[in-house]
Design a protein around this ligand. Structure first.
Ligand code: SAH
Length: 234
């Protein structure tokens, strides 16, 4: 996929990308390729692939949720996905990028500076630790490729306010993961409000973006210590 196709596909779905946004995305892609050796950031290193599998995939989230001025946390953002492309295209959001690996956070800090992104903070911490500072604070928590859904829900849901949403970007196993997460959905007081397969252009494997809405406060015992979350998932 090139930038013109990205622009066209997103416009068909109601998202308008300006030349300035494309310029920012391309500077991001260039730095991602350049710094990949140093920071070990991504398996995807060709620009056409970055545009489709990182940018298009991330920005598609804007077709299923209207981000407006939301306070958003991207948990396990890695090299910045989906948070940074979303910030470039929806500049009004207030974004927290949470990432456990220091090296990746250094890269993210460079990107925020280079692209002059406002209202973005990079936090080098684990989700189950940082929660102590920002419990039930955000409107939206989002995560791609971080952990199986039942584990991910326990890590992420405590971050959002009641009526806030969690957007889980899942692969083709998304439906299966949702089935085994029924207990987590109940214990964490969630409703599933969106569940549909999404497709990229060349990669025709379906993926599921699932949106959960939080109906009531999360019991204070969640998230449990990581060894328990992992050893005995909800
Ligand atoms: N979301 C990015 C990165 C996926 S890789 C993308 O889709 O490209 C998963 C990332 O989550 C890794 O960078 C890892 O360091 C981070 N991670 C895993 N568990 C975490 C946790 N408990 N808290 C914070 N970050 C975590």
């Amino acid at each position: 996929m090139d930038y013109q196709l990205l622009k066209k596909k997103l416009l068909e779905k109601g998202i308008k990308i300006t030349d300035d946004m494309i310029d920012k995305l391309d500077r991001y892609a260039t730095l991602l390729v350049e710094k990949n050796n140093e920071f070990n950031l991504t398996a995807i290193t060709k620009k056409e692939e970055i545009i489709e599998k990182h940018f298009y995939d991330s920005i598609l989230c804007g077709t299923i949720h209207n981000f407006k001025e939301d306070n958003v946390i991207d948990v396990g953002t890695g090299a910045g996905f989906p948070g940074i492309p979303l910030k470039i295209v929806f500049p009004e959001i207030k974004l927290t990028l949470l990432e456990a690996t220091k090296k990746k956070c250094n890269f993210l800090g460079n990107i925020v500076d280079e692209l002059n992104l406002k209202n973005v903070i990079v936090i080098n911490n684990r989700a189950e630790e940082y929660i102590n500072e920002k419990r039930e604070f955000y409107d939206v928590v989002i995560a791609r490729a971080v952990a199986p859904l039942n584990i991910l829900l326990e890590l992420c849901i405590p971050y959002i306010k009641v009526d806030g949403i969690m957007l889980a970007m899942k692969g083709k196993q998304g439906l299966k993961e949702l089935k085994v997460s029924q207990k987590a959905v109940k214990k964490l007081n969630l409703d599933v409000i969106f569940l549909e397969p999404m497709y990229l252009e060349t990669d025709k494997v379906e993926r599921y973006n699932i949106i959960f809405k939080k109906k009531a406060n999360t019991p204070i015992k969640y998230p449990r210590p990581y060894s328990q979350i992992k050893g005995k998932p909800l």
